[in-house]
Design a binder for this molecule. Structure first.
Ligand SMILES: [Zn+2]
Ligand SMILES: [Zn+2]
Length: 316
């Protein structure tokens, strides 16, 4: 099983300006001081060793991930990352018809705004099954493409689009995976999804605030995350930001991400729903602080921690 992250920002797409590029160039030139480069290959090797925040970019798109290894396309959320996914499907297409299963955490705009730009949805041979746990799942997609909001109504998109409201905590077999949804604390509720196949498990848990009886050994998320090979976890805020000003905003922080992962026996944690106003160097520092906290909280616990970026792939 493999996860491809197409969109990793929370709340809003993040801008990437000329100023951001210049900052990266300045840092790269500073880092190159004292080096001698005899050819392009040597330059490339040097650049490749630079920190990710200089040579790369955490990306701009809102929530969308793809889980590979099933029978069809398995997707979580339809943020702006879905547009890039769709374009890639069309570029690679060897088949004329595809089946997409899209699991929606909730209907906040950053989780559905990519759908009107998902080109495979305009192709008559494709089937798109959209799942969620809110009874207004279909109504939200219809409203998003109401003529007052978007020029093409949902019913004119051309593909065979269906909506299914799932029951939380019931196991469904879809696209070759056993899938279970779980209700999360978020304004209007959101739902996490646990995907299992061939003894491996991936949990997608975004837009979820952990508070209240979180220290209890029977805190229900411990079971939902239990022994997951990969936990994709909304930690939009640092612990201090959360405590100072973001409590009850519906998102969690990096320290609770580590604590719940360790307590639930998670093998790999990927922090997700990155704050759109935070620049790459700060996000990298946030990841380092999170890893440092693991060494304080559970020094010998073998948890691998990543911070999601657009284009990241994790194989389990
Ligand atoms: Zn969100
Ligand atoms: Zn939300």
């Amino acid at each position: 099983m493999k996860v491809h992250f197409w969109g990793t920002r929370g709340s809003l797409p993040a801008s990437f300006s000329q100023n951001h590029v210049m900052q990266k160039i300045v840092r790269a030139i500073k880092a190159s001081s004292g080096h001698r480069f005899d050819d392009d290959h040597a330059i490339f090797e040097f650049v490749d060793r630079l920190p990710f925040s200089i040579k790369g970019c955490f990306g701009s798109n809102t929530s969308c991930i793809e889980i590979l290894g099933g029978d069809d396309y398995i997707i979580c959320d339809a943020g702006t990352g879905l547009r890039d996914l769709g374009n890639e499907v069309i570029k690679q297409a060897v088949k004329k018809s595809h089946i997409f299963h899209i699991f929606i955490s909730h209907l906040h705009w950053d989780h559905i705004q990519g759908f009107p730009f998902f080109l495979p949805a305009y192709m008559p041979d494709n089937t798109i099954n959209i799942y969620g746990c809110h009874d207004y799942l279909e109504a939200s997609f219809v409203t998003q493409q109401d003529f007052k909001n978007f020029p093409v109504p949902l019913k004119s998109m051309g593909s065979n689009i269906s909506f299914t409201v799932l029951e939380p905590e019931k196991v469904y077999t879809i696209g070759g995976f056993n899938i279970k949804a779980f209700r999360q604390r978020h304004p209007g509720n959101s739902y996490g999804y646990r995907f299992e196949k061939d003894g491996k498990s991936i949990v997608y848990s975004t837009d979820s605030e952990h508070k209240g009886d979180v220290d209890n050994d029977r805190y229900p998320f411990l079971n939902f995350f239990k022994n997951a090979d990969l936990l994709i976890f909304d930690a939009q805020y640092s612990f201090s930001e959360y405590i100072l000003s973001k409590e009850d905003w519906g998102h969690s922080n990096n320290l609770i991400a580590v604590e719940l992962s360790v307590r639930a026996g998670v093998k790999r944690l990927c922090i997700f729903h990155n704050e759109p106003t935070v620049e790459d160097a700060k996000l990298e520092e946030f990841l380092e602080n999170t890893r440092r906290y693991l060494s304080l909280y559970a020094e010998h616990y073998p948890l691998c921690i990543d911070l999601a970026y657009d284009g990241l792939e994790i194989e389990i």
